[in-house]
Ligand binder design. Structure first.
Ligand code: DGT
Ligand code: CA
Ligand code: CA
Ligand code: ZN
Length: 626
């Protein structure tokens, strides 16, 4: 959907994340789910900060060692801290470390890490990501140059200020510049929720300028709903009578007083740029209302879409820039106040921002063939969420109540199966009791249908982690991979095919396993998998969790082309996560999906009818006899 200021304010209220501004993606802890990886990261970063701080080796090594251990531990630390005696049996874990771990699990952070982050900017940890810069050199650069960001170090290297330093040299200066390039490519992007939260905070601040500001609108990749954002582009329109350069300068002054600013960058006549404490750059453009449509179109992009539009304009004897659409010859203004009038003058239907990637949307707009994209309002249910039975933080009843309040008609509780021990997965015995418990809940009392589902693990060989007996009792069988991520392409393809061919499988959850900015997708033959899903009536999940957003847009479009149905689910681990569904809808829109492509836009009974029929059911027999 189009991200508007109002929506962003809502997002800000529902801000679930610790450290939105303190630390970027890699230091973006979800207070409510601390898995082993996150706990290990808190420890590792504490160790790194201690090392930069010049602590003795024994001190920081103990944190490093604990981090390594926890990273590879099959049991959940969150569970283990409840049994400190068991925890202490682990090598290198003593009374002190148990206390540290309890604190981390309880608060989502660690006081020592926080204390060190008062002394050093959080971005200093980025420097350790640069190959060839260890903690000693980082500490040296900080104490001598107050260099705390990759940009600071790049500047020093470019100005040849590093080569004469003790322990550096010309070669190492070159290596640092190379490392900076790698860093810029691989990171420096931010999850959509981080960008949205930051945008909401900056927008709220800009609005405090009062009547000088007419509107504040996010543009760029955030408005297009991309799953990661490089920087924020905000457009501010000036109210009538507030457009003199003096007034614009005063507004710019106000914007630069935003408390979250780390560094001020460019400051032009009608533009201010700065970085936030997490490294996210913000470009704010101040403009007159008259040019708003042209500017919004231009700065929303994508660049490829803009290039194609400009080409089209030229072919029509027009010229398009960020100020207006005008005639080529006389430079007479034709449109510019709204995007709608510009598209209309270009003889195009209005193209929703999520489609502006130059992948066929312009031809579709010309021929009135644009899809009627699915909207958040269309969503009637959520088919993946966890309760306290596995690794969720809320009870079934609490999840149901929160989902009802969001306007859902039905949900599936899908706790983990037994193979996922780190998430306290349920074995057959617990699963059977869990299903009974869910079936005993009354729709009347809850005001929402609650399906007994499970997120059943797809094992290494593609078989499912529950017996057919349990699978048969489930209302919804959601299957996904949580282990052996690195099988080769052939083996992974076979594994996925086997899962899809299992007659109980109804939905494949987070199908590629990607973790944005952290873990690459599994390697398998997507075309083959989607062909099989189409043949067997298995739906693919569009996972709304902002760390995943899996499937991605291109794959969602491939689903649509093949008639594979999509389910938009949140994978919630607490009640607040249920709101993430809006990110899933945004991804679905980027994948050109319409209401009819998404199963959980259907009312309850219809939804059940469209789900793959269960073995033994009348529908299944009918399908089999065809
Ligand atoms: P990002 O920030 O990497 O996630 O992606 P964008 O799309 O927000 O890119 P950004 O911030 O560099 O620029 C914002 C928009 O401004 C972009 O989507 C299109 C427009 N734009 C920027 N540079 C150019 C350019 O050189 N040519 C054209 N046609 N448009 C540009
Ligand atoms: Ca941008
Ligand atoms: Ca930008
Ligand atoms: Zn999962």
């Amino acid at each position: 959907m189009i991200v508007t200021g109002t929506q962003l304010d809502g997002a800000c209220v529902a801000n679930l994340h610790a450290c939105t501004f303190l630390g970027g993606i890699r230091r973006h802890y979800n207070l409510l789910i601390m898995d082993n990886k996150q706990i290990a990261r808190v420890l590792r970063e504490t160790a790194q900060l201690l090392e930069i701080d010049g602590a003795i080796i024994g001190r920081y090594r103990s944190y490093e060692k604990a981090a390594e251990l926890i990273d590879g531990l099959p049991e959940s630390i969150e569970q283990l801290v409840k049994e400190p005696e068991k925890l202490k049996e682990l090598p290198g874990i003593g009374d002190r470390m148990v206390e540290h771990l309890q604190e981390i699990v309880k608060t989502g952070d660690y006081a020592l890490r926080k204390k060190l982050l008062k002394k050093y900017p959080a971005t200093i940890l980025d420097l350790l990501q640069l190959q060839s810069l260890g903690p000693k050199k980082v500490a040296f650069l900080w104490s001598n140059f107050k260099a705390a960001t990759v940009a600071d170090v790049e500047k020093l290297a470019r100005e040849e200020k590093l080569r004469d330093l003790p322990g550096f040299g010309e070669k190492s200066e070159q290596n640092i510049l190379k490392a900076v390039e790698v860093f810029k490519k691989s990171s420096g992007r931010f999850q959509i929720n981080t960008a949205e939260d930051a945008a909401a905070a900056v927008i709220a601040h800009i609005r405090k300028a009062g009547k000088a500001v007419e509107s504040v609108t996010p543009a760029g990749s955030l408005r297009r709903g991309k799953e990661t954002v490089g920087d924020l582009d905000l457009l501010v329109t000036l109210a009538d009578g507030h457009t003199s350069q003096k007034q614009v300068d005063a507004l710019a002054e106000h914007i630069l007083k935003f408390p979250g600013i780390d560094q001020k960058l460019a400051h032009g006549e009608n533009k201010v740029s700065f970085t936030l404490e997490n490294g996210l750059q913000v470009d704010v453009r101040l403009l007159e209302k008259e040019n708003f449509g042209a500017a919004l179109l231009y700065f929303t992009g994508s660049k490829e879409h803009n290039v194609a539009l400009r080409g089209r304009a030229n072919d029509m004897g027009l010229t398009l820039n960020e100020y207006a659409l005008a005639t080529l010859k006389a430079e007479k203004r034709v449109a510019g106040r709204t995007e709608e009038e510009i598209y209309a003058k270009l003889k195009l239907d209005f193209i929703p921002p999520e489609l502006r990637e130059n992948t066929g949307e312009i031809a579709a707009a010309e021929n009135h063939k644009l899809p009627h994209l699915v909207t958040l309002k269309d969503m009637k249910g959520d088919l993946q969420m966890h309760s306290t039975a596995s690794d969720g933080k809320n009870s079934i009843e609490e999840m149901a109540e929160a989902a009802r309040k969001l306007g859902h008609q039905y949900i599936a509780i899908t706790d983990h199966s037994k193979a996922v021990t780190v998430a306290n997965g349920l074995d057959e015995k617990r699963a059977a009791a869990h299903i009974k418990k869910i079936h005993a809940l009354s729709e009347k009392d809850l005001g929402i249908r609650v399906l007994a589902g499970a997120e059943v693990d797809i094992l290494k060989d593609g078989s499912l982690d529950y017996s057919d007996e349990i699978l048969a009792q489930l209302d919804v069988v959601v299957c996904s991979i949580h282990s052996y991520f690195n099988l080769d392409r052939a083996a992974m393809t076979e594994r996925m095919l086997a899962a899809i061919e299992n007659p109980y499988t109804q939905i494949i959850a987070h199908p590629t396993g990607r973790l944005l900015l952290r873990r690459d997708p599994f390697d398998y033959d997507m075309e083959k998998i989607l062909d099989a899903a189409a043949a067997h009536g298995v739906a693919m999940e569009c996972n709304s969790y902002p760390d995943r957003l899996d499937l991605k847009d291109v794959y969602l479009r491939m689903c649509k082309d093949r008639g594979v149905k999509v389910v938009i689910s949140t994978d919630s681990h607490n009640t607040a996560n249920l709101g993430f569904i809006r990110y899933g809808v945004t991804m679905a829109r980027r994948g050109w999906l319409e209401k009819a492509d998404v199963l959980n836009t259907l009312p309850f009974e219809k939804f059940l009818e469209k789900l793959r029929p269960k073995p033994g059911s009348a529908r299944h027999k009918r399908a089999a006899s065809r």
